[in-house]
Design a binder for this molecule. Sequence first.
Ligand code: G4P
Length: 527
Amino acid sequence: MSDELNKEIAKRRTFAIISHPDAGKTTLTEKLLLFGGAIHVAGAVKSNKIKKTATSDWMEIEKQRGISVATSVMGFNYGDYKINILDTPGHQDFAEDTFRTLTAVDSVIIVVDVAKGVETQTRRLMEVCRMRNTPVIIFVNKLDREGRDPFDILDELEQELQIGVRPLSWPINIGAKFKGVYNIYEQGLDLFTPSKQTISERVEIEDVNSPLVDELVGKSDAEKLREDLELIDGVYPEFDVNDYLAGKVAPVFFGSALNTFGVKELLDCFVKIAPAPQPVDALERKILPTEESFSGFVFKIHANMDPNHRSCIAFVKICSGKFERNVNYRHVRSEKMMRFAAPTAFMAQKKSVVDEAFPGDIVGIPDTGNFKIGDTLTSGEQLHFKGLPSFSPEMFKYIENADPMKAKQLDKGIRQLMDEGVAQMFTNSFNGRKIIGTVGQLQFEVIQYRLLHEYGAQCRWEPISLYKACWIESDDKEALDAFKKRKHQFMAVDKEGRDVFLADSNYVLQMARNDFPKIRFHFSSEF
Ligand code: G4P
C-alpha cells in the first residue's frame, strides 16, 4: 500500500449532519464551512434547505432540491484534514434518501434543539445509525434561547436515542442568562457573546476551581458549574474514544450555531476523534480503504428535473484505492467496463472536474441511466457492497396504466425511477398488481409527474389500505410455505424477488407474528 494513499485516507473525515427540521442543521453546516474557509459570509448555504411547503407544491421542493445538488457534498480543508459533509434532505418525505446517505458516511453529528429535545425524525435517523454502529456526536443547539435543563436533555438523549452519552462541554445557564460553556474535553472556558460572525472567546484556565472562573461568570454560577461537573463525573463514565468509535457512547456538546458558539470546539474535537474512512463490507469480503485497487458504490442518484436534459448525477462513495479520471473501471452489475471523462468533486462549494479521488471522497458521475442505487464500480474485482437497505415504506398505492398505448414507456419509467431509489415497488403475488410504497405523499406526485414528462407515460393511483410491508424469511421452509399459503392474498415480491408480507393493520401484523413464531419479519430489506 502506498504512502500517498495512507496519508490521504488518514486525513479524511466523511460525515453527515442529521436533525429534525429546524433544529439548526443548515446553520451548523454553514458555520463549519465558515471555519473551513469554504465560505466567507454567513447565509451562503441556505439553498440546501427545503422550506416548509404545502405537500402539493412539490415542484418548488424539487427546484430547491435541484439547487441542492451543489450542496449534496461539501468538501473543505480544515488544518490537516479534508472534510466531506454529506447533506441530507430535511423534508421527511425524502427520509429514504437520508437513510442511504448514511450508508456512505463514517460518522454523524446529530443536532438537537435544546428546547425541543429529541424529535421524531432524529429518532428514526438514529435507528439507522444504530443498525450500522455509526459513531455519533451530539450538538445541543440554541443555548441562547430558553430551553430545558441540560441534565434532562442528557437523560432524554440516552433514553430516546438508546445510546450512552458523555458531555464534553457544559453550559453555564441558558437563554437570556447564558454565559458560555465550560469545555470539559480541553479544560477551558468559552465565554458567550452573541454574534453571528465572530468566534467565541476562549479563556484557558487550569481547572474549574480556578478563582478566574468566579471572576468571569460570577460566584453563584461558578459554584453551580462546579457542582454540575461533579455530578457529571459521578454519573457518566470518563469519555473513552473507543466507546464512541464503536457507536456505544455519544459525546455531547452544547452551543449556539447561529451565534457561532461552541462550533469550533465541536469541529476541533470532531477531527481528532471521528473515524477516518472505515472498511466496508461487500458480500464477498471486507474491503479495506488502504487496498490499492479502486472500489466504490453508488449511494444516491440525483435526476435533473429539466426534461430537455434528462441526465442524472450518480454519487459514488469511494471505498478503497484511488479513483482516477479516464481509467477503465468495471461496472459489476452490467459487466461492462466504463471510463469517466468528467467526474466531479465538490470542494469549497464549487463543483469541478477532478482527476483523482480517495477513500472517503464522493465523486459525481454524469449518467444517462446506466446506474442504479447500490451499483458497484471496481478496478476489476467482482464485488457487491452490502448496506444499502430499503426500509419498509409508510404509504402505499396501486399504480395503474392510464394510457394503454404507452405500456412499455410506463414499465421502463417505473423501473428506472425505482432504480434511482425514488420509491419501492412490490408486485402482489395474488393478483399481479404493482404497488408503489413511499415514505411520503410527495413521492407519488413526483413519480406521476416524472413518468409523464420524462417517459411520456401516464399513471393513475388507486388506493390500497396497507399498514406495513415487511420482508419475511424462515429457516423452516414448511413454515414459510404455510405462511405464504395462509396469507396468499397479502403476499408480494420486491424488485429482487424476495418475499414481502403486506399487513393491512398493526393488529394483523401482531397476530401473524404470534401465529407464526418460526417466521422472521423484517422492516428493512437487509437482514
Ligand atoms: P434545519 O436546517 O435543521 O432545518 O435548521 P436551520 O439551520 O435552518 O435553523 C432553523 C431556525 O433556527 C433558523 O431560523 C435558524 O436561524 C435558527 N437557529 C439555528 N441555530 C440557532 C441558535 O443557535 N440560536 C437561535 N436562537 N436560533 C437558531 P429561521 O427563522 O427559521 O430561519 P432564518 O429566517 O433565520 O433563516
